[in-house]
Design a protein around this ligand. Structure first.
Ligand code: GDP
Length: 192
């Protein structure tokens, strides 16, 4: 069983741990299923908080993968409509500092809702990562909710937008679909 331990919760850049440790970050729109994915990877129910109210988490959570010594970094979800302009500005500023300082960052797992067509904010994040030459792993979440016949269409859509080297993984926290594949991709990206 994979062991993830929450080491640091950071609301400000001053609270970041040492960022030269190898790390893989997780990013996605609010409510995309990021906390559920972390819990599924760790095989625990309440490691990351699953919120019924979207848009709550504003911290960066640094989980240490025990045995491997790299961080899995849970970045705060973006695109929550009810957030104020000031809050969105604070989010963007904190992300900027994180990406600037994170010399150990090896890849970003971008979580994309398998039931939705590509969304503007997701595409912006993907372009940013491509510009910065940060390797990307795409996880298509809530795949259990996506009808069989729609799955290959969604995969095809994303394949056209992503670089051929980016793993594209159908994932479900509910059924465990894609869990092993995603974990293997994360470890490989982290250089383990
Ligand atoms: P976050 O805001 O990105 O951390 O999203 P959460 O993990 O809190 O999940 C948001 C909502 O989607 C919750 O109601 C979850 O129960 C639900 N959810 C997350 N992952 C899955 C999944 O794989 N399958 C299904 N059916 N629901 C999911």
């Amino acid at each position: 069983m994979l062991i993830l331990e929450l080491e640091t919760t950071a609301y400000t850049a001053e609270q970041f741990p040492s960022l030269d440790v190898p790390q893989v970050a997780l990013a996605g729109r609010s409510n995309v299923g990021k906390s559920s994915l972390i819990n599924a990877l760790a095989g625990r129910k309440k490691l990351a908080k699953i919120s019924s109210t979207p848009g709550k988490t504003r911290s960066l959570n640094f989980y240490r993968a025990a045995g491997d010594g790299f961080y899995l970094v849970d970045l705060p979800g973006y695109g929550y409509a009810k957030r104020s302009k000031t809050e969105r500005g604070q989010w963007a500023a904190l992300m900027d500092v994180y990406f600037q300082k994170s010399t150990g960052l090896q890849a970003v797992v971008v979580l994309l809702d398998s039931r939705l067509p590509p969304q503007k904010l997701d595409l912006e994040l993907i372009s940013f990562l491509q510009r910065e030459s940060i390797p990307l792993i795409a996880a298509l979440t809530k795949a259990d909710k996506c009808k069989n016949k729609d799955r290959s269409r969604v995969q095809r859509q994303w394949k056209e937008l992503l670089s051929p080297s980016a793993p594209l993984i159908l994932f479900s926290a509910k059924t465990g679909m894609g869990k092993q594949t995603l974990w293997a991709a994360i470890r490989e990206a982290a250089g383990m």
